[in-house]
Design a binder for this molecule. Structure first.
Ligand code: F6R
Length: 252
């Protein structure tokens, strides 16, 4: 348990390490269960997986993702699935489509469901049925959120509907024409308790100087409900960090 720290020089190098870990997992366990995050942090991981999938296609050892089950951490509420900023669209266009994932094995919280509570329950049931997530990629927001579990979220929370904080809407505004009021106000998110119960291992990715102060707090303190990422301390976590993200940790 605890966060094993893996420092990398660059964001690209840490993304390569996570991609290599996933490729090794799928080669040894073709029906692995993999958890995915969205956002800018893991984008390069997905590009590298697509590259590896293409490169291996006509080789003696193709990379087959068709038996892999995928779970996404979260999704905006009321954003059409094919909206370019929906997490559904992000994951299908950047990763799942290009690697020929099986749609029946992909679970993304259903943000446009008529009954959002039922959508959360369906997601929880699918997770329970999958028998654990072998490796879950998790990123962190500037305010320490993981998935859309904002500061103050109870550590035993289950998958739920969440109003997004001003800080998170502001951070996401760049994807919605720059205006905070154009960003979705709610999301569905895996709960902290759900993540803790089901993730057998987490690949915790943080890059960039802007998150260095928050990362230092996550690595050095105990669980603090004001910093949801501190939940990870009690889990089996490998931290993939670039030097910029660790710049304030080293000075301690
Ligand atoms: C996305 C997610 C979020 C992001 C976080 C960091 O599925 O769960 O918690 O990981 O907001 O976002 P980026 O990577 O864009 O800095």
């Amino acid at each position: 348990m605890g966060i094993k720290t893996q420092p990398y020089k660059t964001h690209d190098a840490m993304a390569q390490a996570v991609a290599d870990r996933i490729i090794a997992l799928v080669r040894t366990k073709p029906d692995a269960v993999i958890g995915l995050a969205t956002g800018s942090t893991p984008e390069a991981v997905y590009a590298k997986l697509v590259e590896a999938f293409e490169a291996a296609k006509d080789s003696d050892a193709p990379l087959d993702f068709s038996q892999v089950t995928f779970f996404a951490l979260d999704e905006y509420v009321n954003l059409p699935l094919h909206h370019p900023e929906s997490y559904h669209y992000y994951l299908w266009s950047k990763l799942l489509g290009p690697i020929d994932a099986d749609p029946a094995k992909v679970h993304i919280p259903h943000g446009t469901a008529e009954n959002l509570d039922e959508a959360c329950q369906r997601y929880e049931a699918a997770l329970a049925k999958a028998g654990g997530v072998d490796l879950w990629i998790v990123g962190m927001g500037h305010n320490g959120h993981i998935a859309f579990n904002e500061p103050g979220t109870p550590r035993d929370s289950r998958t739920h509907v969440v109003p997004l904080t001003d800080a998170t809407r502001q951070a996401n505004a760049r994807f919605f024409g720059g205006e905070k009021q154009n960003t979705p106000s709610h999301a569905l998110t895996v709960g902290l308790g759900t993540l803790k119960e089901h993730a057998k291992e987490v690949a915790f990715m943080v890059n960039g100087e802007a998150k260095a102060g928050m990362l230092a707090r996550v690595l050095h303190g105990g669980f603090n409900a004001k910093i949801p990422a501190t939940l990870l301390q009690g889990m089996n976590v490998t931290g993939y960090f670039d030097e910029a993200a660790l710049s304030q940790t080293r000075q301690k």
